[in-house]
Design a protein around this ligand. Structure first.
Ligand code: CA
Length: 220
């Protein structure tokens, strides 16, 4: 799950970024409305946490434009204003929910879960591949009814590979879909997570289910 935090208050932005990363989300941050629109043009976000008072383009306008471009993810407005008029305006502009600042992080996390559950139907189907059943709404992997324990990152990697079963996926494509923008594409991170994942997923002969195709990528 990829989340965009749009917040010009840097300390709040980085607190939200860290908190959401700890919950296993892939997180990007934009510090003004224009940057937010740029980011959403580049990557798909499942949820946007959108501050209302923003430099350059304000939150309401960002939300209106996103919906005009048929953005289908969830939008949670973060607002210092508690007036009914602003809330109604936010919802009218296409926000799914809103939180009045200051809010508890746990409340934001709960709202994100609620919004993504609503979105979960068509966007995150259960995927079956090579005898594995992956449920992204519960981050669970099962084989013959037995659960396989994966970290959130490992799950996201496997889910991506399973959706493209049989196709070799280059590392750059995995970085684009499973990590945030700031990851250096030359880092060893993908390899490390992939090695852990391969150790956990072996067939009846003890061979890894994920194989590497030289020069092409990883394939399930
Ligand atoms: Ca602000």
């Amino acid at each position: 799950m990829r989340v965009l935090v749009v917040e010009d208050e840097e300390s709040l932005a980085s607190a939200l970024e860290r908190g959401l990363q700890n919950l296993g989300y892939t997180v990007d941050v934009a510090y003004d409305g224009e940057e937010a629109l740029e980011q959403t043009g580049k990557a798909h976000y499942d949820v946007i946490c959108l501050d209302l008072n923003l430099p350059r383009v304000d939150g309401l306008e960002v939300c209106r434009r996103l919906r005009a471009e048929l953005f289908s993810g969830g939008v949670i407005m973060l607002t210092a204003r508690s007036g009914i008029r602003e809330r109604v305006e936010g919802l009218d502009h296409g926000a799914d929910d809103y939180l009045v600042k200051p809010f508890a992080f746990s409340e934001l996390a709960a709202r994100i879960r609620a919004v993504t559950r609503r979105e979960a139907g068509p966007l995150y189907p259960v995927v079956s591949a090579r005898g594995l059943e992956l449920n992204p709404n519960r981050n669970s992997v099962k084989r013959n009814e037995l659960s396989i324990e994966l970290t959130p990152k490992e799950f996201e990697l496997l889910y991506y590979l399973a959706k493209h079963e049989g196709r070799a996926i280059p590392q750059e494509e995995l970085i684009q879909h499973v990590w945030d923008d700031r990851m250096n594409p030359f880092t060893q991170t993908v390899k490390v997570h992939m090695n852990n994942l391969r150790r956990k997923l072996t067939n009846s002969l003890g061979e890894p289910m994920i194989t590497t195709v030289r020069g092409k990528g990883y394939v399930l």
